[in-house]
Write a protein that binds this ligand. Structure first.
Ligand code: FES
Length: 112
């Protein structure tokens, strides 16, 4: 196979401003048919993760943010915002997206 053909096409997409998300809160964006939750921690770190809990699809954007984790509002699974993985003993993973903040503007890396 050709290396160039295998390389994913990615794009940094501007999705809004940090100030639009409350600390320890989230807002959602829709890309195609996927809802993505954008979280802001108390330290103003930004994380992007699919807005579907790996347990039964609960809306993670409506969960409680604590540290770099969110607790799902449906059955209280904790999800690590860094890698989307459920905290043991629960098992599962939600997709995460790389984020970058430039002068308050939030970009996420998406592929095509
Ligand atoms: S759907 Fe999230 S903990 Fe059950």
């Amino acid at each position: 196979m050709n290396d160039v053909a295998e390389k994913k096409q990615t794009e940094w997409k501007l999705i809004g401003n940090v100030a639009a998300i409350p600390k320890q809160g989230a807002r959602t964006i829709r890309l195609g048919d996927v809802d993505i939750a954008i979280f802001r921690t108390v330290d103003d770190e930004i994380f992007a993760i699919n807005d579907r809990c790996p347990h039964k699809g609960g809306p993670l954007s409506q969960g409680i943010v604590h540290g770099k984790r969110v607790t799902c509002p449906l059955h209280n699974w904790m999800i690590d915002l860094l890698d989307g993985r459920a905290i043991a003993p629960d098992v599962g993973c939600a997709r995460t997206y790389p984020t970058n903040v430039v002068e308050g503007d939030i970009y996420i890396e998406i592929d095509h």
